[in-house]
Design a protein around this ligand. Structure first.
Ligand code: PCA
Length: 218
């Protein structure tokens, strides 16, 4: 790690739910060490576990002292890259996590606010992706599984550190996963890597987000 450059912490997850790879880790590990917009990227793997992910996240934050934290996760079935707007203070697991835990209707942080909004300029990031011909959307829910859990905790921890901005992006399956799943949407790893780089560059260069309609009615 360069001592002089500000750092971006990028996190990805290990495989879960019967998969043998997770596109989030494959993508962020490929960006590890890259320089983006005068920042150095540091990638860290988080386990797909409610408790373990937060332990690993806290250690990574301590170790890297980033100015930007971007969590990345797999959202199997989504058709395009999803920039998450919000993380909510709930854990409601449809399947057990990789440690066998299956919390239902528990808070991520007892006594914490109901939700945190991303502190990255999500609309500017979206517009940058579209301008580069990459399919992306704003997502109004990061779910209630480990990704939402990590996104909420990141935003909670970042809210206590001056000058630290945080957000979360879900990416679709990789083609190699979709080939087995017959009909599932996918995004090539090279596109996902390029998309994260473009989104991060947009985030670094923008303090005040633009207003751009990207809501949903469902
Ligand atoms: N996706 C899961 C957890 C780990 C991952 O990559 C989720 O969306 O919650």
């Amino acid at each position: 790690m360069s001592a002089s450059l500000p750092r971006i912490l990028l996190t990805g997850f290990d495989p879960f739910g019967g998969e043998v790879i997770n596109p989030s880790w494959e993508t962020v590990r490929a960006l590890h060490g890259r320089r983006i917009g005068g920042h150095q990227v540091v990638a860290r793997l988080l386990p797909t576990e409610f408790a373990g992910s937060l332990r690993a996240l806290k250690a990574a934050l301590r170790e890297t002292a980033p100015t930007i934290v971007l969590g990345v996760g797999q959202a199997g079935g989504r058709k395009q890259l999803s920039i998450e707007r919000v993380a909510i203070n709930v854990q409601d697991a449809r399947i057990p996590d990789n440690a066998g835990a299956q919390p239902v209707d528990e808070p991520v942080i007892a006594g914490g606010p109901a939700a945190y909004f991303s502190t990255l300029p999500i609309k500017t990031m979206l517009a940058a992706l579209h301008a580069h011909g990459l399919p992306a959307e704003i997502s109004q829910s990061a779910g209630t599984y480990v990704c939402n859990h990590v996104a909420y905790a990141m935003l909670h921890l970042a809210s206590k550190r001056r000058g630290v901005r945080a957000g979360f992006i879900h990416i679709p399956y990789l083609p190699v996963q979709a080939a087995r799943l017959r009909g599932a949407a996918s995004m090539a790893q090279a596109d996902a890597e390029r998309a994260l780089e473009i989104a991060l560059r947009a985030a670094i260069g923008t303090r005040i987000d633009r207003k751009l309609a990207a809501g949903s009615i469902d």
